[in-house]
Design a protein around this ligand. Structure first.
Ligand code: NAD
Length: 472
């Protein structure tokens, strides 16, 4: 039996779920979370305790993924603190009912959009950026005035423990509760009726979450995965292209939802790109990345074996070295890959970069469109028309032109998938609207009443049709 930080076993905690949810309901019903000042205070507290525990968070991420403090700060803590700061500074403005136009059809009235918290939100998180992908939705849910149940990933246990400590020691359980543990805990939570579910993880489990939510008609955000293509045209800035692709692929050893999964490169520049990418790998991580403090490990044996199978028997253009004891897989580039190779079937989620070639941009576009809609798409070209064509003729959750990954670091851009890569989006103001129900409110005058709508109708249908053109 696995003990959680609070000394309560996962199965004991499962038994407590209905009671804790009931307490969330009562806490929400007090209306306290609807007070914007309360939310701002909670966000300030969250920021403060994250900063107090900065070293513990670094230690945990080192243990779980061999992340260096620099990478941990850049990709996990800074993103969460940035979101919290934005919420604190904008919340008063965002949460005010927003006046919108009222058409003549509603003369005389005013119309506003109210931002209502849903109630109790369930946040289920993955292991790859275990801190950011738990705390960032948590901050968004707090900003919008919800109670929150947090389910961190059991696959990153050290980070799960630190986050549990931070939450349990600083927030009343009736407001924010944490359930550590694996699939049984997640399943037990999903049986309950939540007011909103925010799930980040694989597309496979996303389907399970969606089905569970459907039973209660619970709205969801599903932040899923997929194979994000990286299209490289012949007309590129070679050095920046190689650097930005390799950085995006090898960040967190490729265990990034928006990592460029594979390269589709114009045949004319393939050799030059391959050569420059291999040089860049060594400039970034040295000739033996296993010695680099900045190179992450594979999360566990299961994923090590899964990734290893992609390398065995493949045409290795670079790397391929592995060490099971240290869960190390070196940066690996695979050449002459075909669309039906095993490595092209599922999201790779590791430091393996397959290269496929095309002769005309239409082939690359068709290749992408024949597959599930990806979470991200990257196109490298100095030719604006090529980039425009790719963006126009493909569908993906998000995209970068001449970069990888960085679109998710922009707080003004909604981050999310489309089709099999997800439903909904968040980050910045989009987090606030995601965790708020946008209630449409019409407020009608009690002094004037236009009788036109009442039966028996006073005008003919023909006359009404003429009037309808103007009453909008
Ligand atoms: P996962 O789907 O295996 O697990 C995610 C969470 O779901 C965990 O908390 C886990 O305990 C829970 N879970 C697992 N199986 C479950 C089940 N049968 N029923 C209920 N809950 C279950 O995902 P993962 O391996 O942690 O993460 C990797 C995947 O997540 C990749 O596909 C990656 O692309 C995706 N991802 C997406 C984003 C994004 O923002 N779109 C971010 C990070 C990761």
């Amino acid at each position: 039996m696995v003990s959680t930080l609070s000394g309560v076993s996962a199965s004991e905690k499962i038994d407590q779920i209905p009671d804790i949810l009931d307490r969330h309901k009562q806490f929400f019903a007090t209306g306290i979370t609807k007070d914007v000042n309360f939310r701002i205070d909670q966000l300030k507290r969250l920021k403060e305790v994250i900063m107090e525990h900065e070293t513990d968070i670094y230690d945990a991420l080192k243990k779980d993924l061999n992340k260096s403090p620099f990478t941990s700060f850049m990709t996990e803590i800074a993103m969460v603190l940035g979101e919290i700061d934005l919420f604190i500074s904008k919340l008063k403005k965002w949460s005010k009912p927003k006046k919108v136009r009222t058409g003549m059809v509603n003369f005389k009235a005013n119309s506003k959009v109210y931002y209502d918290p849903y109630g109790t939100v369930l946040v289920i998180a993955p292991w790859n950026y275990p801190f950011q992908l738990t705390m960032s939705p948590l901050a968004g849910a707090i900003a919008a005035g919800n109670c929150v149940v947090v389910k961190p990933s059991e696959i990153a246990p050290a980070t799960s423990a630190v986050m549990t400590k931070i939450i349990q020691e600083n927030f009343v359980e009736d407001y924010i509760s944490v359930f550590e543990g694996g699939v049984p805990v997640s399943q037990a939570l999903l049986e309950q009726r939540f007011d909103y579910i925010f799930y980040t993880g694989s597309t496979h489990v996303g389907r399970i979450v969606y089905q569970a939510a459907a039973k209660h008609l619970t709205p969801v955000t599903l932040e899923l995965g997929g194979k994000s293509p990286c299209i490289v045209d012949e007309d590129i800035q070679l050095n920046f292209t190689a650097k930005r692709i390799i950085w995006g692929k090898l960040l967190n050893a490729g265990q990034t939802c928006v990592a460029p999964d594979y390269i589709l490169v114009n045949r004319k520049v393939k050799d030059a790109l391959l050569k420059r990418m291999t040089e860049v790998i060594e400039e970034f991580y040295g000739t033996d990345p296993s010695l680099s403090d900045e190179y992450c490990k594979i999360i566990n044996e299961r994923h090590f074996m899964r990734l290893s199978a992609y390398i065995d028997g493949a045409d290795i253009a670079y790397g391929g070295d592995r060490d099971m004891d240290r869960l190390y897989i070196g940066p690996t580039i695979l050449d002459n890959v075909k669309g039906d190779d095993p490595v092209m079937q599922d999201e790779i989620f590791g430091p393996i970069l397959p290269i496929l070639t095309y002769d005309h941009i239409e082939e690359a576009i068709s290749f992408v469109n024949e597959r599930e809609k990806p979470l991200a798409l990257y196109v490298f070209s100095k030719d604006k028309q090529i980039a425009k064509k790719v963006l126009k003729e493909t569908s993906s959750g998000g995209a970068c032109v001449n970069d990888t990954i960085m679109h998710l670091a922009s707080e003004d851009l909604p981050f999310g998938g489309v089709g099999a890569s997800g439903i909904g989006a968040y980050h910045g103001k989009h987090s606030f609207t995601t965790f708020s129900h946008q209630k449409a409110v019409l407020n009608k005058s009690t002094r004037i009443d236009v009788p036109l709508r009442y039966v028996p109708y006073k005008v003919s249908l023909a006359a009404f049709k003429q009037m309808a053109k103007f009453i909008r």
